[in-house]
Design a protein around this ligand. Structure first.
Ligand code: G6P
Length: 615
């Protein structure tokens, strides 16, 4: 999703370009840079790039390009603009298709104001109508900000920014250039993440705390804050323009796991990192002393019900959490999709613990759901993979998965770690209820053993074979019961995300109530069976499919006599309690290879973003 990077200081254009490249993993469809250089238009061969470049007499210039950042980089490398002030943006289209005109940075009519924006200005149509006589060149909600700044300029830059921001509804992180102040980036933030930093000769703004370069003084902007960023200094203001002090952020960590190494794609690398990621997650919480530091025992004791909320893969991990918390501890657990939960009539129960699962910690709907639950008076816990992400500042308690940076858009190792965290949580609840602290340690040991099993389980060839078989399918179904159904939801999502093959997950017993009519001789159906007590019922459902010509690929740890199935994948020996953690790795690899065989880029699936910061 959209990303912002900006630099005040030497080599601003080069550094900003490097900065937005670090944000690529979030998913985007166009990119652009604005910089100050009074000479630029005179000294370069611009005609070739007429449609990409806007030069203004005041010294501000904008270069934008659709598609991969490498295309923008090519233009920049050929023109080599010099500057000490630049802002850049990666855009993930919300309002208006991906195009040069819709790409950021956006500018006012005379180019005095240039703006990059993350978030959504919800009242932009209404605001547009106030700007009588002005022409709009894009379909975006963001252009309005640049136009409003110019239209409402009262001679005082900060006052104008404050006045404009107070009219905006929705969410935004804005980085703003004003041509007559070529040493400053102005930043305003409300409900979209943004960090700023400075040291002696540099000032930086970035939308993503894990992507900003290491800097002496780093600040996470609270909502309704304006920052005036210069090289060597930042001033902060509230929306009454009172100067405010912010505390320096000290939890800075640089993630070095961004190298592909021997792998052809990040997704493959990340699937291979699953065993280590689980071990690293578990080791941080493998004793009662460690886990209670992050989530005190009294919270567990007080909990009567649990509500789990997330989006996409994180929601699917939440379903696994439900199974574990109900099965191990007998605590009633509901799971909901964040964007659904927000508009439901939720009836809060006293002593409900709300758990939010989010790899990035930035998903807008999940964060809004946290706020809602807090308003209901619930205790809130986040399970996230990104330290100091926005969600950590909202919840009462935070548990970190230690999966390492996940670059591929489709989540893999983070999912396994989220599920591992639920195993630990279930053990924690149990330990507290029967007063046996060592259960945590026992559970952690089991999880490390499962991680070892995943590591030793060589499944590349099986998964490649299956990927080759299914790659030309138009449509595919995945079935299972209870926990196997939860697994099929994640397996199906992974496949459609990156292969673009239509896939649907169904509770095995529900198939015959409609969907079975879609099964014909060419239809592949993955049937998942990992729980002994479900054997007869799930097999019956798989047989029903096979009888209608469906090509059933059964993944199971049970002994199966029926040979009517297209293929049986025998899963290795492992307690059925932990089987979903292992089985999901097959489905992740099958999705990966199918995507590769179809010539897609599994790391950057079309239209998807890693971190969905708009609602
Ligand atoms: C996006 C990603 C998914 C992810 C979901 C939730 O849709 O493409 O892979 O599962 O967001 O993200 P989160 O960071 O909150 O786990």
């Amino acid at each position: 999703m959209c990303g912002i990077y900006g630099i005040v200081g030497d080599k601003a254009v080069e550094k900003t370009l490097q900065g937005i490249k670090k944000l690529e993993y979030r998913g985007y469809d166009s990119a652009g840079i604005s910089f100050f250089n009074y000479e630029f238009k005179l000294s370069t061969d611009i005609p070739k790039y007429l449609k990409n470049i806007s030069c203004f007499k005041n010294g501000l210039n904008i270069i934008r390009e659709e598609g991969d950042i490498s295309k923008l980089e090519k233009i920049i490398n050929s023109l080599k603009p010099k500057s000490k002030l630049a802002i850049g943006h990666t855009r993930w289209a919300t309002h208006g298709k991906p195009s040069i005109a819709n790409s950021h940075p956006h500018h006012s009519e005379n180019g005095d104001w240039v703006v990059v924006h993350n978030g959504i200005i919800e009242n932009y149509i209404e605001l547009k109508q106030e700007l009588k006589g002005l022409k709009f060149y894009s379909e975006t909600d963001s252009e309005i900000v640049a136009k409003m700044l110019s239209y409402n300029f009262d001679g005082d830059v900060l006052n104008t920014i404050k006045n404009v921001c107070s009219r905006l509804n929705g969410s935004y992180a804005l980085a703003i250039l004003y041509a007559k102040n070529p040493n400053k980036i102005y930043v305003a933030k409300s409900n979209s993440p943004c960090v700023v930093g400075y040291s002696k000769d540099i000032g930086i703004v970035c939308s993503d705390i894990s992507s900003i370069e290491k800097i002496e003084n780093l600040y996470v902007l609270p909502n309704q804050t304006i920052a005036e960023v210069s090289a060597g200094n930042i001033n902060f203001f509230d929306y009454n323009l009172n100067k405010i002090e912010l505390s320096k952020f000290s939890g800075f960590t640089i993630d070095s796991s961004e190298e592909l190494g021997k792998y052809s794609h990040f997704m493959l690398k990340e699937i291979n990192e699953i065993p280590t990621a689980i071990e690293k997650t578990v080791v941080d919480y493998n004793t009662i002393e460690k886990i209670r530091k992050s989530l005190p025992k009294k919270v567990i004791k007080n909990t009567k019900e649990i509500l789990i909320i997330g989006c996409g893969t994180a929601y699917h991990a939440g379903l696994m959490g439900k199974r574990l918390l109900e099965e191990v501890c007998g605590i009633k657990t509901d799971v909901d999709i964040a964007s659904e939960f927000r508009y439901k009539n939720y009836v809060p129960h006293k002593n409900t613990l709300a758990i939010f699962v989010s790899q990035s910690g930035e998903t807008a709907d999940t964060i809004k759901a946290v706020k809602l639950c807090k308003a209901y008076g619930l205790t809130t816990v986040a399970i996230t993979n990104v330290k100091n992400s926005s969600i950590c500042f909202e919840v009462d308690y935070c548990l970190y998965t230690n999966a390492g940076k996940e670059v591929a858009v489709a989540s893999t190792k983070a999912y396994n770690c989220q599920v591992a965290m639920f195993y630990l949580m279930a053990a924690y609840f149990k330990a507290v209820s029967i007063d046996q602290d060592n259960l945590i340690f026992e559970e952690a040991k089991q999880l490390v053993d499962v991680a070892k099993q995943i590591k030793s389980n060589k499944i590349n060839n099986i998964c490649m074979d299956i990927a080759r078989e299914i790659k030309d399918s138009k449509s595919l179904y995945m079935i299972g019961r209870t926990v196997d159904y939860y697994l099929s939801l994640e397996a199906s999502l992974k496949l459609k995300e990156i292969s673009y093959i239509h896939s649907e997950a169904y509770p095995a017993g529900e198939l015959k109530h409609g969907t079975i009519s879609l099964i014909d001789n060419d239809t592949f159906v993955f049937a998942f069976l990992t729980q002994k007590h479900l054997k007869d019922k799930t097999i019956n459902n798989a047989v029903e499919v096979a009888s209608r010509g469906g090509k059933v690929i059964l993944f199971t740890n049970q002994k199966i006599e029926n040979t009517n199935f297209y293929k049986i994948v025998n899963l290795p020996k492992l307690s059925e309690f932990y089987m979903p953690l292992l089985l999901v790795t097959y489905t992740q690899l099958i999705a990966y290879y199918t995507s590769v065989y179809l010539g897609n880029n599994p790391d950057k699936p079309r239209s998807l973003a890693k971190s969905v910061t708009v609602e």
